[in-house]
Design a protein around this ligand. Structure first.
Ligand SMILES: Cc1cc2nc3c(=O)[nH]c(=O)nc-3n(C[C@H](O)[C@H](O)[C@H](O)COP(=O)(O)OP(=O)(O)OC[C@H]3O[C@@H](n4cnc5c(N)ncnc54)[C@H](O)[C@@H]3O)c2cc1C
Length: 387
C-alpha cells in the first residue's frame, strides 16, 4: 500500500477534477516560489506585498468565478482551492484576493449597472484598480443594521457622511464600496479615491494581519452622483450576500494555514532530538500531531462538500456559518499548538506558526465572529434568533 499523504490523509485531491487540480497546483507552485520567500519580512515590516498584485492578476485569481469582463469564470471549488493555497502562505494575501473578488467585484457584478461593470470589472480583474469594502463601523461590526453612515438626496446627487472602521485595503483602494443608510434602506455606493471629503487613515500597531493594509474611512459631505449607487439592491441583504461569498473562501483558506503548520512541526519534531530520541517519538507529541491531522481532514471534507453544494447552486448561508466557524477554529487551535511544539523557535517569524496564529485572530473575528456564526447555526436549529 502506498504511504498516505500526511497533509491529505483522506486523499481529498482524488475528488477534484483535472481543472481543479491544475488550478491548485499552479497556485501552490507560485506561492512556494514567489510569495513564501517574501512573507515573513513583509509581516515583520507590516507591509502588504503590492509587487505581487500583477502576478496574482495574471493568474486570473481576481474575480475568479465571475463570467465575462476579463474574469476567469471558474467554479467555486477552484476559488476555495485558490484561497487555501494563498492562505498556506499568509492570511493577508488571501484577504487581499477575498476582498477584491468577493466583497468588491461581486457586488459590482451582481448589483451594479452595466456602465459600472464595464468601468470597473476589467480593471479590477487586471489588478490595475483595487477595491475595498466598507461595512463595519466603530460602534460594532456584529450589528451592521445599527449603521450610522448615511447618504441623503440632494437634487440628483447624494451627500454621504459617516465613517468605517477596520477596512482591508482601505488606503490602497482606488474604489471603495460603501454601505450607507438612506431614506430607502441600506444602499451601496462606489466612492473613488480622491473624491472631495473622502479620507483614509491606516490602523497601525496591529499584531495580526500585519502583511495587509487595514484602514479607517471618513466621509465628510461627500457628493456623489446617482450613477455611483449600486442600483439593483436595497437593504442589509446587499452586504450580507457579499459576506456569504467571502465567507465561502474563508472556509477554505485556513486549511492552508493548518497544513503549513502541520508540515512545519512534522519536520521539526523529526529533526529535533531531546532525551536521546526524536521529539516525534514521544506519545504526547504523536497524539498532538494525529489530532492536527484529524482536524485538518475533517475541515478538508467539510470544505469540499461546501464547494460542491455551492457549485450546484444549493449552498445555504447556515452551511457557510458552520464551515467558517469550524475551519477557522481548527486552524487557530492547530497554529497555537504548533507554535508550542517549536519551543523557543516558535516565537519567531522564522517559523510560520506564530504568524498564522496571530493572523487567525483576525480571521476568527472578521466576516462574522465565531460567536455570530454559532448563533446563526443555533437560529437554524431552533428557529429562534438569539442575536
Ligand atoms: C484585520 C481586520 C480586517 C477587517 N476587514 C474588514 C473589511 O474589509 N470591511 C469591513 O466592513 N469590515 C472589516 N473588518 C471588521 C470585522 O468584520 C469586525 O471586526 C467584526 O465584524 C466584529 O466587529 P467588532 O470588531 O466591532 O466587534 P463587536 O461586534 O463589538 O464584537 C465584540 C465581541 O462581542 C461578541 N458579540 C457580539 N454580539 C454578540 C451577541 N449577540 N452575543 C454574544 N456575543 C456577542 C463578538 O463575538 C465579539 O467577541 C475587519 C476586521 C479586522 C480585525
Amino acid at each position: 500500500m502506498a504511504k498516505l499523504n500526511p497533509l491529505d490523509l483522506y486523499d481529498v485531491r482524488s475528488q477534484l477534477s483535472e481543472d481543479e487540480l491544475m488550478v491548485q497546483d499552479s497556485v501552490a507552485a507560485w506561492v512556494d516560489e514567489r510569495a513564501m520567500p517574501l512573507i515573513a519580512k513583509c509581516f515583520d515590516d507590516a507591509r502588504f506585498p503590492t509587487e505581487l498584485i500583477p502576478e496574482i492578476a495574471d493568474m486570473g485569481l481576481l474575480g475568479l468565478t465571475l463570467k465575462g469582463y476579463g474574469c476567469a469564470g471558474l467554479n467555486y471549488t477552484s476559488y476555495g482551492l485558490v484561497c487555501q493555497e494563498l492562505e498556506r502562505c499568509d492570511s493577508g494575501i488571501r484577504s487581499f484576493v477575498s476582498v477584491q473578488s468577493s466583497l468588491c467585484m461581486y457586488p459590482i457584478y451582481a448589483f451594479g449597472s452595466e456602465e459600472q461593470k464595464q468601468q470597473w470589472l476589467p480593471e479590477m480583474a487586471a489588478g490595475r484598480a483595487i477595491g475595498c469594502f466598507g461595512l463595519t463601523e466603530p460602534q460594532g461590526g456584529s450589528d451592521p443594521a445599527n449603521m450610522k453612515t448615511h447618504a441623503k438626496r440632494d437634487g440628483d446627487d447624494w451627500i454621504l457622511n459617516g465613517s468605517k472602521m477596520w477596512i482591508t485595503n482601505g488606503s490602497v483602494a482606488n474604489i471603495a464600496i460603501v454601505w450607507a443608510q438612506t431614506d430607502d434602506g441600506i444602499q451601496g455606493f462606489l466612492v473613488e479615491k480622491g473624491t472631495a471629503g473622502f479620507d483614509t487613515v491606516d490602523i497601525h500597531s496591529k499584531m495580526s494581519l500585519r502583511a495587509s493594509t487595514t484602514s479607517e474611512l471618513y466621509f465628510d459631505n461627500v457628493r456623489l452622483p446617482d450613477s455611483s449607487r449600486l442600483p439593483s439592491v436595497k437593504g442589509l441583504k446587499g452586504p450580507l450576500s457579499c459576506l456569504t461569498q467571502a465567507r465561502f473562501g474563508i472556509s477554505w483558506g485556513p486549511i492552508g494555514c493548518a497544513i503549513d503548520c502541520l508540515d512545519s512541526v512534522l519536520k521539526y519534531t523529526e529533526d529535533r532530538t531531546l532525551f536521546g530520541r526524536p521529539l516525534a517519538a514521544n506519545q504526547a507529541i504523536q497524539i498532538r500531531l494525529a489530532d492536527m491531522a484529524r482536524r485538518i481532514t475533517t475541515a478538508q471534507l467539510l470544505a469540499l462538500q461546501l464547494g460542491r453544494l455551492k457549485d450546484a447552486g444549493k449552498m445555504q448561508h447556515t452551511q457557510v456559518n458552520l464551515a467558517k466557524w469550524n475551519n477557522v477554529r481548527m486552524a487557530l487551535d492547530i497554529a497555537r499548538d504548533a507554535r508550542d511544539m517549536l519551543g523557543g523557535f516558535g516565537i519567531t517569524t522564522e517559523y510560520a506558526p506564530i504568524r498564522h496564529m496571530l493572523n487567525l485572530e483576525s480571521v476568527i473575528t472578521y466576516e462574522g465572529t465565531e460567536t455570530i456564526h454559532q448563533l446563526a447555526v443555533g437560529r437554524e436549529l431552533t428557529g429562534i434568533s438569539a442575536f
